[in-house]
Ligand binder design. Sequence first.
Ligand code: DAH
Length: 345
Amino acid sequence: MRWDFEKLTAEAGQEIAACSDLKTLEALRVKFLGRKGLLTEIYASLPTLSAEEKPLVGKGANELRNKVTQLLEEKKNILESSSSSGPAHSIDVSLPGVAPLVGHAHILSQIVEEICGAFEHLGFVVQDGPEIETEFNNFTALNIPADHPSRDSFDTFYLETPDPDQKGRNLLLRSQTSPVQIRLMKQFKPPFAVIVPGKVYRPDAVDASHSFVFHQIEGLLVDEDIKFSDLKGLLTAFCQRLFGDKTRMRFRPHYFPFTEPSAEVDISCYICDGKGCSVCGKKGWLEIMGCGMVNPKVFEAVGYPKGKYTGLAFGMGVERMAMLKYGINDIRIFSENDVRFLKQF
Ligand code: DAH
């Protein structure tokens, strides 16, 4: 026979297998299956063949055509898929890379961490307490009288759940972190120093400086001989750490029922250094927290022996601290989840 189909099939198979790009593959297709290709030549020779040869060559040619078509098809699939994603073709090292997006702690979490860290450095231990509180812990034990306006339902969120310990009283969402003082004083025997971050709730209409939920950090130190000078020294060290060494501080007399004496702490404005600007409202000072010496009535409420202990306490708003530190003028932006804002910190 003029055609050795076994050999032709083997050769075509080798050539197709060795082919490594689509252009060469197309040339092979033309070579075997094209109008002037091998198979056309074989079919064209059929009329010249003898009656015995014709069916054999016809069958061999059909088988060769089917095999070559199949091999070309398979190779084409392989080359096409590797040219779009295969390692040899897909990596262009000159293109800019795709960096994975990495998140980070929210600005308020960072501030909480920074403030608690500063106090931990001074020997305080971080503690927490529940957001659902009793009226006793949130008000009564803190020496806040029964007719105090902050107890009004305009100023405190009361729950419908009754307080299991106080008949006729309902539980509430704590309006300050100070009730954790009561819980910790009952739990620990002095001396101890605790720093307590957490959420607090007040039914305020939301505006640039108010929100129905915000964060506070409460501090409490109790021992046998704590003095007002300890409070001043402690808070001076803290303010300088948070706002810089040059920051000046002043204590303004104030009133809180749970501390006596009480004060509000101001720092010199970090923008104008006390000269007066729009951030400090031309005062030169920024109010940052409330503080004082623990009122003996609070010690009495938790059952400490009369006259044995003294203590200092302080409380600050986290959003306020963040706003002061970074010159942010709207409290709502902390919870709007605007990544353009959040990623700046
Ligand atoms: N609980 C007070 C408030 O929400 C803040 C505060 C003031 C806490 C004085 C204290 C303190 O521990 O001594 O306004």
